[in-house]
Design a protein around this ligand. Structure first.
Ligand code: NAP
Length: 300
């Protein structure tokens, strides 16, 4: 059997970034405004530092203004909330990204609730969660949607065209990935089933999937014989595992080599969903700036 076609998230994300960059230039020309992205990092977690740096760098590359805020690990909740309120009130800031996880002394849900929903470019404010949860089939996504799920749905639409009627199985029910992915697929009129750690006979459920999205955080957990022949597989997992010579490498939640001869299309790890996340953050920031300028929604 032929090998699955690779869904090239790296190339798609590059194209999306280019379109966002054009959108930024057009917004400047049409409304004289420059999208502004504020990033807030509390503490010095090395992975979070890398993520925040790459987000700020990309925003600058696309012609946006970036505002970087770094607070010490011992920052209190009130101090962080005060900064969020200040950014809410700043007209130059269109998007606010509070890098998660936050240190223990801070209640994450209080902070997410404090972000102005119109500037919530991570799509995690309860108002935006509710908007996605109650969206009508096919309705415009003219509000902030969580970045990784948005990236998954863009890749699927590009790979398959209209998704209506397909059976999508999403493994994972986190607020960050699984749930919003399922809601986006429902909006696209898929028949959606969500699996999680308490699901009985996960392999049998996966075998029903025309579209299988896996977001659990366990390397190679979904085996090749769990996949229906000809399915499209979106592997959201990012897991670092030991490799030769004491090095490490990134792998997904799907046993990639086993899936390759069975699936019709599959995202590799790395180079699949990963690059879409930051590109979608830029997309959300541009859209927030366009809304603020009173321009109609257009998907770029
Ligand atoms: P999470 O919050 O830990 O959620 C994991 C989900 O997987 C939970 O719903 C859990 O079920 C389910 N699960 C765990 N073990 C399972 C099992 N044995 N069988 C079935 N379901 C199981 O993780 P997350 O934030 O959603 O992230 C998931 C993965 O995606 C991670 O590898 C993460 O690194 C990756 N990720 C990638 C990107 C990207 O940019 N590509 C972005 C975000 C996350 P219960 O709810 O029942 O516990």
């Amino acid at each position: 059997m032929a090998e699955a076609k690779l869904i090239d998230g790296k190339a798609f994300a590059a194209g999306l970034r280019e379109r966002v960059g054009k959108g930024v230039a057009e917004l400047k020309a049409a409304a004289g405004s420059t999208p502004g992205l504020a990033t807030v990092l509390v503490g010095a977690d090395p992975a979070s530092q890398v993520y925040v740096r790459s987000k700020g760098k990309m925003a600058a590359e696309l012609g946006m203004t970036r505002f970087e805020h770094r607070l010490p690990a011992e920052t209190g909740e009130e101090e962080l909330l005060a900064l969020v309120r200040k950014l809410n009130a700043d007209p130059a800031v269109n998007g606010i990204l509070v890098q998660l996880p936050l240190p223990r002394q801070i209640d994450t849900s209080r902070v997410l609730l404090a972000v102005d929903p119109d500037k919530d470019v991570d799509g995690l404010h309860p108002i935006n969660v509710g908007r996605l949860g109650s969206i009508a089939p096919g309705a415009l996504l003219d509000f902030p949607v969580p970045c990784t799920p948005l990236g998954c749905s863009m890749l699927l639409a590009d790979a398959l065209g209209p998704l209506a009627g397909r059976h999508a199985v999403v493994i994972g029910r986190s607020n960050l990935v699984g749930r919003p992915v399922a809601q986006l697929l429902l909006r696209s009129s898929c028949t959606v089933t969500i699996g999680h750690s308490r699901t009985r006979d996960l392999p049998a459920l996966c075998r029903l999937a025309d579209i299988l999205v896996v977001a659990i955080g366990k390397p190679g957990f979904v085996r090749g014989d769990w996949i229906k022949s000809g399915a499209t597989v979106i592997d959201v997992g990012i897991n670092r595992v030991p490799a030769a010579e004491g090095k490490t490498r990134l792998v997904g939640d799907v046993a990639f080599a086993e899936a390759l001869p069975i699936a019709a299309q599959i995202t590799p790890v790395p180079g699949g969903v990963g690059p879409m996340t930051v590109a979608c953050l830029m997309y959300n920031t541009l859209q927030a700036a366009r809304r603020k300028a009173g321009l109609p929604f257009v998907a770029v």
